[in-house]
Design a protein around this ligand. Structure first.
Ligand SMILES: Cc1cc2nc3c(=O)[nH]c(=O)nc-3n(C[C@H](O)[C@H](O)[C@H](O)COP(=O)(O)OP(=O)(O)OC[C@H]3O[C@@H](n4cnc5c(N)ncnc54)[C@H](O)[C@@H]3O)c2cc1C
Length: 363
């Protein structure tokens, strides 16, 4: 098979990139090792206001708007509540959302091969392992690595790789509807979530209960931390965890955008490029925005026949925007004990601390 662009990975970054390229008239093959995009989901799916304003996500795949964030110290006592005057977040119903994005991509002309793993590259030929007789060798002018935090495409193109990673895990379940306002609860406790947060998102339809942090710092491991948190998680009064829950989890790159994310043969988008906020670990907005830039340079290179156009896709130059958040990430990583977390919380209770938190959470 011969195509203009092979996109590896049908997460949000790969789906968006593939669709936009096809809409510009290019021949695109999108492959993913998952047999169905509705399974093995790796994200909570919180979309922030900027994304909701700028990208037309299908409204039927979004939960109710959230304006309220409640921040807790390790004791869970006297939390700080921040309420925005605007709708700040909506949680995506990710299975139908991925399915809708795949339909739109296919309608634009993208060929999609699921159950198809990218296994390597020899010159301009890419090797695929397909479960059901799909293509096994593809020649492509360019390859796009949209294959997540541990990208094989990045390795094969000798591009930068993610080394600074958190891991996150959560349980998702349906909850009875209630009159309480939808809220996002965040707990700062390094014994549950070393270097990051434990969270409960309750939007009145679903609960997401999760923990994230540095893999080697969870005192009894990630799974144990999630069990401990789940047993006493705030924000779910009167709600019992059902027997059956959906489990999600995966690595989260937080080292900022990688420096070398393109070469003459292709480029990286989304988590593969490190396009995740180092502080909040949010990657859905950056993956959509970076994909648009990737499409612009690929379109230019395909039309002009000049692969050097990809040099404009320069992570080192774009990385400067992440500087402030990288500094704050280093600060959060230093909160290693409950005492330090409680002290940090004392600052958060001051007007200046609250203003800073509002800027990060609603900015
Ligand atoms: C637990 C958790 C919760 C999160 N919550 C949020 C949140 O609420 N809001 C937010 O903004 N961000 C969140 N993030 C981060 C966000 O989910 C990611 O940044 C974003 O989904 C990245 O999208 P992506 O398309 O780059 O990668 P992915 O969604 O990881 O997609 C990569 C795809 O590549 C495929 N793939 C990998 N290797 C191969 C291969 N060799 N061959 C074929 N296919 C391959 C995978 O199957 C996968 O479908 C969270 C992350 C985690 C782990």
């Amino acid at each position: 098979m011969i195509v203009d662009v092979l996109v590896v990975g049908a997460g949000l970054a790969g789906l968006h990139t593939a669709r936009l390229l096809a809409q510009r008239g290019h021949d695109v093959l999108l492959v993913d090792r998952r047999p169905a995009l509705t399974g093995a989901i790796r994200t909570t799916g919180i979309f922030v206001r900027r994304t909701l304003d700028d990208f037309p996500l299908p409204p039927e795949c979004l939960g109710p708007p959230i304006r309220r964030v409640v921040l807790y110290p390790p004791s869970l006592r006297n939390p700080v509540t921040l309420v925005s005057a605007r709708d700040e977040y909506r949680v995506g119903d990710m299975a139908p959302l991925y399915a809708a994005a795949a339909r739109t991509a296919a309608d634009a002309g993208v060929r999609i091969a699921l159950g198809t793993r990218y296994t390597g590259r020899r010159a301009d030929t890419f090797q695929l392992a397909s479960r059901d007789g799909g293509p096994t060798r593809v020649r492509a002018r360019f390859v796009v690595g949209a294959d997540g935090a541990r990208s094989h495409v990045a390795r094969d193109l000798a591009l930068s790789r993610n080394h600074h990673l958190l891991v996150g895990a959560e349980e998702v379940f349906t909850i009875p509807r209630s009159e309480r306002p939808p809220a996002f609860h965040c707990v700062l406790d390094p014994t549950l979530a070393p270097g990051y947060l434990a969270w409960v998102v309750n939007d009145g339809r679903h609960a997401h209960v999760g923990v994230g942090g540095y893999a080697n710092r969870f005192p009894g491991g990630l799974r144990r931390a999630l069990e401990r948190f789940g047993a006493a998680a705030p924000g779910l009064p009167g709600v019992d965890r059902p027997e059956q829950v959906e489990r999600r989890g995966g690595p989260i790159p937080v080292g900022g955008l990688l420096r070398r994310i393109s070469c003459a043969d292709g480029l990286l988008v989304g988590d593969a490029a490190g396009a995740v906020s180092p502080l909040t670990a949010g990657g859905l907005d950056p993956c959509l925005r970076l994909s648009e830039l990737a499409v612009a340079v690929l379109d230019d290179a395909l039309r002009s026949g000049r692969p050097d156009a990809l040099a404009h896709y320069d992570g080192a130059a774009l990385r400067a925007r992440f500087r402030g958040r990288l500094m704050l990430r280093r600060g959060l990583a230093r909160v290693r004990t409950p005492t330090a977390a409680t002290t940090a919380f004392t600052l958060l209770r001051t007007p200046l601390g609250r203003a800073a938190a509002r800027r990060i959470l609603f900015g």
